[in-house]
Design a protein around this ligand. Structure first.
Ligand SMILES: Cc1cc2nc3c(=O)[nH]c(=O)nc-3n(C[C@H](O)[C@H](O)[C@H](O)COP(=O)(O)O)c2cc1C
Length: 135
């Protein structure tokens, strides 16, 4: 995929979208919660984060340096945003948490991200972007 994308004048890509296919059932009502399509659809939220981290990192290692990456998938805390940036994300987007928490999630996550950065001794995101340690 990266080899194909590298042939085009792209500014950003987004990785990932929801993971399919999934079905989620409300335990109180035994009703599917994903709509439309009767519960047959994509899964976002915390289940998506490991896949998002891996794909953002894999794209960062393979895409042209001038193509930015919007990291998406499973971000519910500032630490999640931090981890996507650590894997190479230039921007981080929110999906499910906006649906459950509303726009207040932006300020909460910003505060949490700043706290995580302070804990690690960083004042700017470009100090740790793509700096994942590996064994
Ligand atoms: C309510 C809702 C609606 C969405 N609608 C779309 C859509 O129309 N097109 C699309 O490509 N992704 C859509 N998504 C997927 C999100 O953009 C995002 O890629 C996905 O939910 C993973 O991020 P998350 O783990 O933060 O939810 C939607 C997600 C949610 C929660």
């Amino acid at each position: 995929m990266a080899a194909i994308l590298n042939r085009y004048p792209l500014t950003f890509i987004n990785s990932i979208n929801s993971r399919g296919n999934g079905l989620w059932i409300d335990p109180e009502t035994d009703t599917t919660t994903i709509r439309p399509k009767g519960g047959f659809g994509g899964i976002g939220g915390q289940y998506a984060k490991p896949v998002a981290l891996a794909n953002v990192r894999a794209f960062r290692q393979r895409l042209r340096a001038d193509i930015g990456i919007i990291g998406t998938g499973g971000v519910t805390t500032g630490r999640d945003a931090y981890e996507l940036i650590l894997c190479g994300a230039n921007l981080v987007s929110l999906g499910s948490v906006l649906a459950t928490e509303g726009v207040g999630a932006f300020s909460r996550l910003t505060t949490e991200l700043k706290a995580e950065m302070a804990k690690k001794g960083y004042s700017r995101v470009d100090e740790f972007r793509g700096q994942l340690n590996t064994l």
